[in-house]
Structure formats: C-alpha cells, structure tokens
Design a protein around this ligand. Structure first.
Ligand code: PGA
Length: 240
C-alpha cells in the first residue's frame, strides 16, 4: 500500500486528478470504478475543469459505481444516480449508456444484485476509487461483511445513516438499506485509489493501513491488494 500525505486538500486533489488525466490520456478506454459521498467531489470538479479545457476526454470510458440506496427514485436528489449525473456525468463527454450504478429502485433486489454481479464479471475495473466511512466501510460494505461477498443488499449501520443524514432533511429520511458492490468485486480491480480527509476519518485510516486485517474493518482488506494508493490529508493521517 502506498500512502501519500498532503499538507492541504488542494494539493491532494490536484495530484489525484493529474493522475487520472495522465492515465486516461494513455488509455482512453479505462473502466473506472467511481464513488459517491463528499470525498470525491473536488476530484470530479477538477476532472470537469480539465475536460472543459480539452485536457482529457471520457468518450471511451465505462463507469461502474460502488453503491446505491434502496428505495429512492432515480431522480431523488440524494440518490447516487442523481449525484453522479449532477456532480460529473452531465458535465463531461462520457456516454451515459456506459455509466452503471446498482439499481436501488428495482423492487426485485435479487435481479438487481445478479445483474450488477454479471456486469462486473464481464468488465474488470481498471482503477477503483474509494472513500472510507468513519466506521471503516468501503462502498456500503459495513463492518463484519465477509470479504468474499459480491454485490449484495445491506442494512446500513446506524453510524453510516447518522454520517449521511447531513444530506437529508432528517435522520428518518435516510434509507435503511442499500445495494453495494461486494468486497471481492472491489478487490478484483486492477488498481485502487483511496482518498480520505478530515480528522473524523483518522481512526478508520489508521485501521486500514496499520490495523489487523479483519472483517470488523472492511477497509483493512485493502492491505491484501497488490496495487493500492492512499491519498490523505494531515488530519486523516494524524494517528499514523
Ligand atoms: P464521505 O463518505 O465521502 O461522504 O465521507 C465516504 C464513505 O462513506 O465511503
């Protein structure tokens, strides 16, 4: 695991976005595993800016998102379908037919799971982007998720619902369940980039990098992946 610590978030996001631009210019047909949440937004902003300046194109990219809430309509402002279009896809030249997100609005969860599992079997992700939950989750794989899981439905941890309630009107509105790429599918990516900022991530970051590999901390599994780079700011790195 390579770990890069930055003095400022600006430097961190500049570095990650330059890396993506360089990789996309070398291989315009990358399969990108993408993430939602607050963490990737400054990266997506920089990628949009680079696209507008003609420095990068996403025409050949396929995008595979980690997860989606269950039960929200696609056009709900907190659905990840809406988030991805609003924060990235509507502002770049990606073919939206090549943007995949697990179907949280399909009441037939079994079919939704199988479809996403099959999609990921057919398309190996080249670079998987990850944030990390303050409880150490990756995607919505909450603590004690077995490492061999594929795409599955999860009951969200109370801590996750509380963390995410800042984006809803109240905690009651935060969905109780989600559909997420499984840990084994995340680990199948050729390369993984993890970004974490802020002191509320310091314990999860410490456990991911220095803790025992344990299903109690899903992100600790990344110690077993041969190509992971972690980009963190000083606050997130403060326990290392
Ligand atoms: P955040 O979420 O970027 O909103 O902090 C990260 C995560 O839960 O994976």
């Amino acid at each position: 695991m390579k770990v890069h610590v930055f003095d400022t978030k600006e430097k961190l996001y500049d570095e990650v976005s330059n890396y993506y631009i360089e990789r996309l210019n070398k291989n315009p047909n990358l399969n990108l595993g993408l993430a939602t949440g607050t963490t990737p937004i400054p990266l997506y902003d920089r990628l949009i800016e680079a696209y507008k300046k003609g420095l990068v194109s996403f025409k050949g990219v396929k995008a595979f998102n980690l997860d989606e809430y269950l039960g929200l309509e696609k056009n709900h402002h907190q659905s990840y379908y809406y988030f991805m279009r609003n924060q990235l896809f509507n502002h770049i030249d990606i073919n939206q037919n090549n943007c995949f997100i697990p179907s949280g609005d399909n009441p037939d969860h079994e079919t939704a799971k199988k479809e996403y599992q099959e999609l990921l079997k057919q398309n190996q992700v080249d670079i998987q982007l990850l944030g990390i939950g303050s409880n150490g989750h990756i995607g919505f794989n909450e603590p004690n998720t077995p490492f061999d899981t594929k795409t599955h439905v999860v009951k969200l941890d109370e801590k996750t619902r509380i963390d995410n309630s800042r984006l809803f009107n109240s905690l009651d509105e935060v969905p109780t369940h989600a559909i997420t790429m499984g840990i084994s599918e995340i680990m199948n990516a050729k390369e993984i980039i993890v970004i974490a900022t802020g002191s509320n991530k310091k314990d999860a970051v410490y456990e991911m990098i220095k803790g025992n590999i344990s299903e109690n901390v899903p992100a600790s599994v990344l110690q077993r992946h041969p190509n992971v780079t972690v980009y963190i700011d000083k606050d997130a790195a403060s326990r290392l």
